[in-house]
Design a protein around this ligand. Structure first.
Ligand SMILES: N[C@@H](CCC(=O)N[C@@H](CS)C(=O)NCC(=O)O)C(=O)O
Length: 234
């Protein structure tokens, strides 16, 4: 069977993995879940105990969660090196370095913003404090990323890789929360704009928005969530 990527909306970090699957070009299917409702059920938690997206159901039917684990699963199957580099190469090491940086401190920096957004009943002073902390951390991580980026069109050369996939799913949160001045981070801003012009990213965003755009042809269809949950909820 084809692997199935469970991706979340709205604004899921998993959007980047949909783009990565499109760049990879191997057959896959997908399941679209609501991040506020679908993933908080007991049945979903039997697939991912943390109740989060993304989730991959591998070609053997086994659930695999965590962005980095899913990215490495894709990397191991990328024999044509479309979205990764030769194992053991310097480029592969640097790609893993970017993926880890982006999936940890860079992603976590937004936590204060999300908590403030989701805690409507909290004291407004607390919410302001969480947003201020978020702004400080997001800008700190953007400054660090700006310093890491070289002169190539994508993070590691002239084509997007898994590092760009992890970046593009999360980087748009800075705009959503109005956390940064884009002009302060010209390399980050240019990379984000370039990636959002990419057909695979446009496809992934359209899927997230509930549209059915034509893609590369690698996506072989959607699987409703209840079909994934049926074997474990029976
Ligand atoms: N460590 C996980 C984090 C995934 C994660 O935080 N996903 C968010 C959506 S972008 C989520 O599922 N949030 C729902 C929630 O935690 O309630 C990974 O890297 O895959």
């Amino acid at each position: 069977m084809e692997p199935i990527l469970v991706y979340g909306h709205p604004l899921g970090s998993s959007m980047g993995l949909v783009a990565a699957l499109e760049w990879l070009g191997q057959p896959y299917r997908a399941t679209r879940v609501d991040l506020f409702t679908d993933i908080h059920t007991d049945a979903y938690r039997r697939l991912n105990g943390r109740g989060e997206a993304p989730l991959l159901i591998t070609d053997k039917g086994e659930p695999l969660s965590e962005t980095i684990a899913i990215g490495l699963w894709l990397e191991a199957r990328d024999r044509e090196r479309r979205i990764s580099f030769a194992p053991g190469s310097r480029e592969a090491d640097l790609m893993h370095q970017y993926m880890a940086f982006l999936n940890t401190g860079f992603t976590q920096a937004f936590a204060g913003y999300w908590v403030a957004l989701e805690s409507e009943d909290a004291d407004p002073r607390d919410r302001d404090a969480w947003r201020r902390l978020g702004r400080r951390l997001v800008n700190d991580r953007h400054a660090k990323l700006e310093a890491m980026i070289g002169d190539t069109p994508y993070l590691l050369g002239d084509k997007p890789t898994l590092a760009d996939a992890v970046f593009v799913g999360v980087a748009r949160w800075a705009d959503f929360h109005q956390a940064i001045d884009p002009a302060a981070y010209p390399k980050v801003t240019a990379l984000k704009a370039r990636l959002h012009e990419d057909p695979a990213v446009r496809f992934a965003v359209a899927l997230e928005d509930g549209e059915g755009p034509p893609g590369s042809g690698a996506l072989k269809g959607h699987v409703p969530l209840y079909e994934l949950l049926a074997p474990v909820s029976a």
